[in-house]
Design a protein around this ligand. Structure first.
Ligand SMILES: [Zn+2]
Length: 186
C-alpha cells in the first residue's frame, strides 16, 4: 500500500537569507552557530528563478507560486499557509501547520544542548506502522526536521512535505510539472 508521497520541488536559485539582501539578522544559536528557525522570513527576499510552482531556496525554504496557492485554497487545504514578501509578488513562503507524520532519520548526529537541535539529520523515512489506510486528501509534514549542515551551507533544519495519493492525483490533473514524488510504502 502507498500511504502517501514525499513531495520535493526544484531549486529556485535564491537564498531566503543572503548577506546583501536583508535588514534583519537571521536567528542563530549562540553556541553551535546554526540557524534555529526555518519559519523566519526575510522581508527583502527576492526569488530569482520563477519558473516553478513549488520550489526550494538554497537554504531549503519552500516557495509556492500564486497558482499553487490557489490550488490549495480551492481544495480547502487549510493547514497550508502562504506568506508573501513584497519583492517577490506572486510567490509565497509555504508553511504547513501541525498535520505531522512520524519520521525517523538514517543518520542523526551532533546534538547542541543550547538550541536543542542536531547539526545533521539526514535520510528521512516515514514510520508507517500506525497507518491502516492511505492518508486522506491534503498536505502533511514530518515531525522531525531534516538537514545536513556543513560549515558554509547555512541552512536551518526543515520538515519534509508529504501529500496523500489523492492529492498527488489532483496535482497531476492540474498540470503541475517539475514536482518529484517519492512513494511512502507500507
Ligand atoms: Zn545550538
Amino acid at each position: 500500500m502507498i500511504v502517501g508521497y514525499i513531495l520535493w520541488g526544484q531549486d529556485n536559485g535564491s537564498d531566503m537569507f543572503s548577506d546583501s539582501d536583508t535588514l534583519m539578522e537571521v536567528r542563530k544559536c549562540s553556541k553551535c552557530g546554526f540557524r534555529v528557525d526555518y519559519r523566519q522570513m526575510n522581508n527583502l527576499f527576492r526569488i530569482k528563478r520563477k519558473a516553478y510552482h513549488l520550489s526550494f531556496t538554497y537554504d531549503n525554504i519552500a516557495i509556492s507560486s500564486l497558482r499553487f496557492k490557489e490550488f490549495c485554497n480551492r481544495n480547502n487545504y487549510r493547514n497550508v499557509l502562504f506568506k508573501e514578501r513584497e519583492r517577490s509578488p506572486g510567490f509565497y513562503q509555504l508553511l504547513i501547520q501541525d498535520s505531522t507524520i512520524p519520521f525517523s532519520a538514517r543518520l542523526i548526529e551532533d546534538y547542541c544542548h543550547a538550541c536543542g537541535q542536531y547539526r545533521t539529520v539526514v535520510g528521512p523515512k516515514a514510520d508507517t506502522e500506525a497507518f491502516e489506510l492511505p492518508l486522506v486528501d491534503g498536505s502533511y509534514q514530518s515531525d522531525l526536521l531534516f538537514g545536513g549542515r556543513m560549515g558554509k551551507h547555512d541552512n536551518p533544519l526543515t520538515p519534509v512535505f508529504i501529500v496523500s495519493p489523492v492529492t498527488k492525483g489532483k496535482l497531476h490533473c492540474e498540470g503541475f510539472r517539475n514536482l518529484i514524488f517519492e512513494p511512502i510504502e507500507k
